[in-house]
Design a protein. Structure first.
Length: 147
């Protein structure tokens, strides 16, 4: 692929955006083994609630998801922008709103306030599949609105 080929560029951007959306779906479904397959073997993940402490490596990322208390979540992903750095590397930014609850339905009394934040991603192409090299979340700082 060359960066000057518009069709190939759009296809690569689409694949990266799809991985970002798949991450949210797999997280909400509790399919953590499949979720970690979206990362390179040495990939890193920093939760939006703890952006300064990234978890490194697929096995560690998997354990961090498996050790979380079970809860109902729905990630709403928007404003995804992917920029190709070269034919095998991309940077992306996306916004998220996380709805979560501790009961079986969002209408229950234990519903929690939604969280607003986003992700900054570095993706790399490995064997024609785009994978997260790093995924760093953050929550909105209401003082400056930055993600």
């Amino acid at each position: 692929m060359t960066l000057s080929n518009a069709h190939e560029r759009h296809l690569a951007e689409h694949h990266c955006e799809r991985q970002i959306r798949r991450f949210a779906l797999l997280s909400d479904a509790g399919h953590y083994e499949e979720l970690v397959s979206l990362f390179t073997l040495d990939g890193s993940f920093a939760r939006p609630s703890d952006p300064e402490h990234p978890i490194k490596g697929r096995e560690s990322i998997l354990k961090s998801f498996q050790n979380r208390p079970r809860r109902l979540t729905r990630h709403v992903v928007s404003n995804v922008v992917v920029d190709l750095v070269n034919p095998n590397e991309a940077h992306a930014i996306s916004y998220i709103v996380l709805y979560r609850g501790t009961t079986g339905a969002f209408s229950g009394p234990a519903q929690m306030a939604p969280l607003v934040g986003g992700f900054r991603d570095n993706l790399v192409r490995v064997d024609d599949t785009w994978l997260f090299k790093s995924r760093r979340g953050s929550l909105v700082n209401w003082d400056d609105g930055a993600v």
